[in-house]
Design a protein around this ligand. Structure first.
Ligand code: HEC
Length: 130
């Protein structure tokens, strides 16, 4: 039988492996403050984060996390985008942001976010804008 100490070491090893400590790559959560900066640089030109403000080029994103894609009733989405059935969560936003046109061919949102850490930060920020 394994002793208590062995169990504890195995348990810690599993946690270290799961979170990638030492590797320095995986992070548990994105950083919303950094995400806000990135949003200002790359997204705010087309997107407002206020529910009552519409920018000419894209739908407002207040409360977008947890919402069904393309669900702002008076916004005219592209046909491929309007046909999406996803609900925006960590996974679907990540998949969309890495390559928007892959999820929605023909979308006017042409530029993705190639860096995984940037996407995590942006998603953390989007979660925070209610
Ligand atoms: C050139 C303008 C433009 C830029 C820049 C842009 N977007 Fe978009 N975005 C759009 C448009 C237009 C749509 C609607 C897509 C469609 O109709 O195909 C959209 C849709 C979205 C949606 C889904 C909204 C919904 O109602 O389902 C999210 C989330 C989103 N964008 C996030 C971002 C983020 C984050 C960035 C910055 C990294 C960004 N966008 C940059 C134009 C842009």
């Amino acid at each position: 039988m394994m002793g208590n100490r062995t169990m504890r070491i195995l348990f810690l090893a599993a946690i270290f492996a799961a979170f990638g400590f030492g590797g320095g790559t995986a992070r548990a959560e994105g950083d919303a403050t950094s995400g806000q900066k990135l949003f200002g640089q790359r997204c705010a030109f087309c997107h407002s984060i206020a529910a009552a403000e519409r920018k000419p080029l894209g739908p407002e994103l207040a409360g977008v996390f947890g919402r069904k894609a393309a669900s702002i009733a008076d916004y005219k989405y592209s046909p491929a985008f309007a046909a999406l059935t996803v609900t925006w969560d960590d996974k679907s936003l990540d998949e969309f942001l890495v390559a928007p046109a892959k999820l929605a061919p023909g979308t006017p949102m042409a530029i993705g976010v190639p860096q995984a850490a940037d996407r995590e930060d942006l998603i953390a920020y989007l979660k925070s804008v209610k």
